[in-house]
Ligand binder design. Structure first.
Ligand code: HMG
Ligand code: MG
Length: 311
């Protein structure tokens, strides 16, 4: 098994929280439905690889995302472990009730910086969606849950083109004011480049969202995700979303391909001497196993290279 030489670079943190989104962002986009037991096994293996924040599923309308219609059954199979969080997506009051009934302690609401994606993804415009979130963020906080607020289409939108920084900042700030404990900036279609990311992170933090509460969420459609991560870390971000094996996409944004692969992220962070707590060999083994389940190879260069090296 190869490992990168460790050579730190300037302006980086000692450690980064890897927010593993594969079971949700990855599997929501699969053509077929993965059996619940296989999803639970995937999550168990991710835990075994050292991941401690694993977005497990979504309590959305089952007709909208049939791949995750087994959310209740999946949560019943997950072990409650100290220091481990299993956030779930929740769009509305019905979703929140379903999640709290299952003992969920971390939820995520998901807004869009753009009108078109908001309507396609939530059947509501941006303002209406934020109004839908207001009472559920409040109720979730009252119930003691952490609440992540996603902002999608932060670097561009397939229907609307360029997305203004002010649009992103406005939605991020509103989610923070509603009580979200973390804001994740999502380049849903992977078009962003590092200068854009630096500008965005500075603007969001300048608008009053503390950097410790900002996360970045990159899809790797144009191969920019790792460069964008570095820009975000140098701008002060400490939480990075990724998906084991680079699974993923969004069923309501056709131009979204896989998320940044967790293995690609961890290889880079290891080389930079940034602690993640992730065991790369275990993680690659998990993605190789998942690739076999899905019947296609992982798109992650690190998974492919390390799987070859281990063979
Ligand atoms: P709607 O059709 O407007 O729903 O959908 P409604 O509020 O009109 O309710 C209609 C019926 O659905 C009602 O039933 C509700 O009870 C039921 P009826 O009274 O008619 O019998 N219903 C539900 N049932 C179960 N669970 C629920 C639920 N809600 C309503 N939660 C809705 C609105 C928000 C529900 C729908 O648009 C939806 O589920 N959207 C989810 C789409 C989604 O999951 N997209 C992918 C995640 S976002 C993403 O991937 C981006 C991200 O990764 C970041 C990035 O990359 O940028 C996060
Ligand atoms: Mg996503």
């Amino acid at each position: 098994m190869y490992a990168p030489e460790v050579v730190p670079a300037d302006g980086l943190p000692a450690s980064v929280t890897v927010y593993e989104a594969g079971p949700r962002d990855g599997l929501q986009n699969e053509k077929g439905v993965i059996p619940t037991e296989v999803k639970a096994e995937f999550i168990r293996r991710l835990l075994g690889a050292g991941l401690r924040v694993i977005e497990a599923t979504s309590f959305v309308h089952p007709d909208w995302v049939p791949q995750l219609a087994d959310a209740e059954d999946l949560l019943d199979l997950l072990e409650d472990l100290p220091g481990v969080r299993y956030p779930v997506l929740v769009p509305n009051a019905r979703g929140l009730r379903r999640a709290l009934d299952r003992g969920v302690r971390d939820i995520a609401v998901f807004a869009s910086a753009t009108e078109t994606f908001s309507r396609r993804n939530l059947n509501r415009g941006v303002t209406e969606a934020l109004e839908m979130f207001a009472p559920i963020v409040a109720s979730a906080r009252e119930a003691g849950a952490g609440v992540r607020g996603y902002v999608s289409m932060v670097c561009g939108d397939p229907w609307e083109g360029v997305v203004g920084v002010d649009q992103v900042v406005g939605v991020a700030r509103r989610l923070f004011e509603l009580g979200c404990t973390e804001i994740s900036l999502g380049d849903t279609i992977g078009v962003g480049t590092p200068g854009q990311v630096t500008r965005l992170v500075r603007a969001v933090s300048g608008a009053g969202v503390p950097l410790e509460q900002v996360a970045v969420h990159f899809h790797d459609t144009y191969g920019q995700a790792l460069a964008n991560v570095l820009a975000a870390l140098q701008a002060g971000v400490r939480t990075v979303d990724s998906s084991a094996g680079g699974l993923g996409g969004c069923p309501y944004a056709e131009s979204a391909t896989g998320n940044l692969a967790t293995e690609d992220l961890v290889w880079q962070l290891q080389g930079l001497g940034v602690h993640t707590g992730v065991d790369l060999a275990e993680l690659v083994a998990t993605s190789v196993w998942m690739a076999r389940v899905l019947g296609r190879p992982s798109p992650s260069p690190v998974v492919r290279a390390l799987a070859r090296a281990a063979a």
